[in-house]
Ligand binder design. Structure first.
Ligand code: ADP
Length: 224
């Protein structure tokens, strides 16, 4: 199987020189194409920090991360924005939908920003809306949706560009158990369809049980 991410001796410290705290400590691991990875561990262990490094949102203090062979820790901000645009999707616990845009426009946003033709945008949004059971909600605004519907809209938005890797930080954290599990099932089905890699920070054991790989982080290290 193809490696999509190779993490080598990754460390992250926070704080001023001399007063640094090591948050991630010499992490090395490989992530394979199409895998569903659940990152688990106690609060404060470094899970979000690890996800932020993998997803280009933050830079490590030392070590390398190869994304499809390209070292993303060595890229300029401009190069990183292209990697984010072309290869990565994000889903957050708070959904991060734009309140003054309809569900349709929210889902379309990554394509609109890329300047895709309108007809193509409408076709793709409709396909994704069906996948996520949102076809009758496209003209609504986020405040008119339930939490589960909001997270499904955020999932549809994250997948609309068919990213190679989808990152989600506690995507079910604000949802009840059943809604959270249903949302993640849909996400997983969609990413399986296109061989996308799904990397999720979660506290939910049921969700983790469905993962191909569970990565346990404790005190900044992977516990095997
Ligand atoms: P988790 O996601 O496992 O709960 P985090 O990755 O959010 O853990 O945080 C790990 C540790 O790093 C915590 O002790 C947290 O306080 C610290 N930390 C996270 N981000 C920052 C930051 N920007 N500046 C300083 N310390 C941080």
């Amino acid at each position: 199987m193809k490696k999509v991410l190779e993490v080598r001796n990754l460390s992250k410290n926070y704080g001023k020189k001399g007063y640094e705290t090591a948050v991630l400590k010499d992490i090395s691991m490989d992530i394979y194409e199409g895998d569903f990875i659940a990152i688990m561990g106690p609060s404060g262990a470094g899970k979000t920090t690890f996800l932020n490094m993998l997803s280009t949102l933050d830079k490590p203090s030392s070590g390398k991360i190869l994304l499809e062979g390209q070292d993303i820790t060595a890229l300029s901000n401009k190069e990183l924005s292209l990697v984010r645009r072309d290869k990565i999707g994000f889903i957050f616990q708070e959904y991060n939908l734009l309140d003054n845009m309809t569900v349709q426009d929210n889902i379309a946003l990554p394509l609109s920003l890329n300047g895709a033709p309108q007809r193509e945008i409408i076709r793709k949004v409709q396909t994704r809306a069906v996948d996520f059971g949102l076809e009758s909600h496209l003209r609504k605004y986020p405040y008119q949706l339930s939490g589960g519907q909001k997270q499904r809209a955020a999932s549809a938005r994250a997948l609309i560009t068919k990213p190679r890797i989808l990152f989600a930080d506690e995507p079910t954290g604000n949802l009840d158990k059943k809604t959270g599990e249903d949302t993640l099932d849909l996400l997983q089905q969609c990413s399986e369809q296109f061989g996308q890699t799904l990397i999720v920070v979660t506290h939910d054991l049921e969700i983790a049980r469905q993962a191909d790989v569970i990565v346990h982080i404790e005190d900044g290290k992977i516990i095997l």
